[in-house]
Design a protein around this ligand. Structure first.
Ligand SMILES: [Zn+2]
Length: 311
């Protein structure tokens, strides 16, 4: 689970905003912007926990009943509105229903936190229907809109909100977060490279058994080559992993690209570039009718030839 401390480490602006919010200065209408996977929903939930937390100390405590209920999605004061599955939009009727719900009195508390997930999925009509609520939110109501596509929001919606931007996660922060969550150091490094600054993706990978198995397969095949015999062995190991082909090629590319930092002579650079062009060829083959086995063997031989000096 992510905490405010995790987010505070990402940027000084974000850290300053979090301090302000904690001091009781949370705006009633907040627009949390950031690329997909930057933790917008986690951040919104932390804000809700901060508001509902019953601890006397630092809030949110993440352990009281209110904090736990928000975490499990059972707190009646937190209203999540997101796109319906059929056409991925939030419609005017959804917004009207929300406004009606807000006008009824709460059971656990009068305080209400409305999180509109991927607010850009609201239709124009839905956004217009929300304007009045955003303009005059009641004292006990907080709106938190999250979005990765600011341009799809009406300027009138944006202008009624305080904007807060979540940055991409730098690789070292991803690695330390993953290690903190119990991921082995070498795997954390690979997962962080693969997730491109997205803490969301990184956590999904880290908690996905089949992905961790894939990493082990990658290490036992591509990274264990020392002679032609080992190529044959690796080839048979990879035979059944056709469905994970694209991911394995991504892993190989990340591994190879990382070697660039360590290359200290022209021969090493040449080898790495050879490997990268072999990877590009393999990607093309994946899209054509070349068999997975042929692609694997091609990549394995190149790995042995070009990268064995690094093993
Ligand atoms: Zn709490």
């Amino acid at each position: 689970m992510l905490t405010f401390d995790d987010f505070s480490k990402l940027s000084t602006t974000l850290s300053a905003s979090i301090s302000l919010f904690k001091q009781g200065n949370l705006p009633h209408t907040l627009l949390v912007l950031g690329d997909s996977g930057t933790g917008k929903l986690s951040f919104a939930k932390l804000l809700a926990q901060m508001l509902f937390c019953t601890s006397k100390g630092d809030r949110p405590c993440l352990s009281c009943t209110a904090c736990n209920k928000i975490n499990s999605g059972t707190h009646t004061g937190l209203i999540l509105l997101g796109a319906n599955r059929e056409d991925s939009t939030i419609k005017i009727d959804d917004v009207r229903e929300l406004i009606l719900e807000l006008s009824s009195y709460g059971i656990e508390s009068a305080l209400r936190v409305v999180v509109i997930v991927d607010a850009h999925r609201m239709t124009v009509q839905a956004q217009n229907a929300l304007l009045k609520s955003l303009e005059e939110p009641s004292r006990d109501c907080y709106f938190i809109l999250t979005s990765s596509k600011e341009k799809a929001l009406l300027p009138t919606v944006i202008s009624r909100c305080t904007e807060l931007r979540l940055p991409l996660w730098p690789k070292d922060k991803l690695v330390s977060e993953l290690i903190e969550q119990g991921v082995e150091a070498n795997k954390a490094e690979e997962i962080a490279s693969l997730s491109g600054g997205s803490i969301g993706k990184a956590l999904v990978y880290a908690n996905d058994d089949s992905f961790r198995e894939l990493l082990t397969l990658f290490e036992d095949s591509f990274l264990s080559l020392n002679n032609e015999k080992s190529v044959a062995y690796a080839s048979s190991k990879l035979k059944a992993s056709r469905d994970d082909g694209d991911m394995l090629i991504n892993l190989l590319e990340i591994y190879t690209t990382n070697l660039l930092k360590k290359a200290d002579n022209s021969q090493a650079l040449k080898n790495i570039n050879n490997m990268l062009s072999a990877i590009a060829t393999a990607r093309k083959w994946q899209k054509s009718n070349v068999s997975w086995q042929a692609t694997v063997d091609y990549l394995l031989f190149h790995t042995l030839e070009d990268l064995s000096i690094w093993h």
